[in-house]
Design a protein around this ligand. Sequence first.
Ligand code: ATP
Ligand code: FE2
Length: 326
Amino acid sequence: MVVLGIESTAHTASVGIVAEGTEILGLASDTYLPTAGGIHPREAANHHVEVFPDLIRRALAEAKVRPREIEAIAFAQGPGLGPCLRAGATVARVLSLAWDRPLVPVNHCVAHVEIARALSGLDDAMLLYASGGNTQVIAHGSGRYRVLGETLDIGIGNFLDKLWIALGGKFPGGPAIESLAREGTELLSLPYLVHGMDVAFSGLYTAALALDRAGADRADLAYSVECTAYSMLTEITERALAHRHRRDVVLGGGVACNERLRRMVQEMAEDRGGRSFAPPKRLCVDNGIMIAWTGLLAFREGMTTTVERSGVEPRQRTDLVRVPWR
Ligand code: ATP
Ligand code: FE2
């Protein structure tokens, strides 16, 4: 079975084509980069509309499949920015009608964790989903992904992006802070905000900016922000492992690209006799492969929709959708 997936929830427009066994056949992506400040939803959506025709051609060419070999069209239904979601959903509906193929709605958060889980080969791991808009510790139970802990304010990636932009940099902030942090040596004191299995970042954001204004070394600041924020994530993941009597961890989402976070979670899991896994970076950030793969799993369960009922869901939470394939 071959499925095509359309991703367009935020900054990235992407088309992925997968076959059974998570065989990655083709992937083409294009990210909207604001010239200054954060993402402007309308501008991002316009970007997506412009690039999709070429992305579809490129993904099909790389996959060496013809449209008639594609059995279903999956698309990210939510959560995300309304205009961006609608751009991708419109493309998916057009393909579904033009190629006469079923339409499969996919939750973007479930897709991040599902591709990570499939590639990990770890069956019952705790999932740490760390991305732009989301920060969640997730376990599967009774037909759904259950959120055991999460951010009480903003997602870790948005925190890093906002901080970097406030310091005069450009989106995305996560990778920029990561490379600056490599030169840091001194651990500066910052608020550590863990509440049970939840975290919060706005106090950390305010304190980091105050330290910068007080003349802190930028590399030390980046290093300290990473150590503090990623320790918070490692701690809540460990707590979830202990409560659920599990040992293995699978990381997903754009912030799972971060080497320090990967290392910290790996050390914690290994200390507990378990393992940790993070996908290759191009499959951590937003991509059409994760949508196509989750679409394939959903399609096998008959979870299709119609053009009329395929409205986007900007606030669709991870724990709102059924996951009957597990
Ligand atoms: P969500 O999945 O919550 O809807 P999103 O789709 O906007 O969020 P992703 O594409 O999953 O986000 O991830 C993008 C985020 O990942 C950005 O905030 C970016 O700064 C962050 N990021 C990317 N690479 C790294 C890195 N190496 N270190 C830290 N953060 C990173
Ligand atoms: Fe994402």
